[in-house]
Design a protein around this ligand. Sequence first.
Ligand SMILES: [Zn+2]
Length: 275
Amino acid sequence: MDQQVPTVSGIAMRTLISANDPTCRCGRSKLPGAWSCEACNEDRSRKYDDMIESKLASKRFEFDGILKNCGFPEKYRTAAVTSLDLVPQLQQFAVGVAAKPRNLFFKGIPGSGKTHVAAAILKEWIWRKTERDVRKNADPEHTLPGAFINVPEFLAHLRTMGYRDSFKQVEHVARKRFLVIDDLGAEKTTDHTLDILYAIINNRYGVGAKGRWYYATIVTSEFSIVEISTKVHDRLARRLTEMCQVIQFPNKDLSEIVRKREQEKETDENNSTDE
Ligand SMILES: [Zn+2]
């Protein structure tokens, strides 16, 4: 490859010349018009796959940290759409939402599993996004596109901050592509906290290109939107009605069942790695 390469659009000319060359750089013969021989092509694509695999492996290793940066609660660390397989319809629904997030309002009594399911969906979505970013060679570290907030905890946290910092924090979560707003209606309401909640929801109200929602939000609450309207905020409730599909969770203790399932799965995994 020491031949004189014309400098006019250098890369194109170089490609052209080596493509016309019947010999690959490795010395083997190659098809006319091909960039390199089959063996070199395979070698290159294998190296690329290996590189992607090793990047994904390190992301898997860092995944707990990635979740933590998204505000994902420790309590739901093991939440996974795969553990929802005892209720196949629910699992199908959760996988569907993780693949194509949309605005949902999960209503259910405490223990009905609504937060668990929301967390499992968010986690699955964050992993899928991380994987996509690795394959596209984008750096997911800089995008951290999802977040989880528990409303009472989030508001209590804001109260410990100065005005500027709390404003930044609100803006930060309001702009996440996928946000779980957990336990709406459980907070103590003041005019200030209502303003904050309304600002977050309202920011997520905008519709993006092709009439699709730009942001996806899952709100969980033990109250209905009508109750939120009287108990919390009328305007906020109206926005939720306009945005969200309501999913009513049955009044049974789903979260206990799912948690047991997760423990089983974890034990299974540990046993299989022991072998
Ligand atoms: Zn070759």
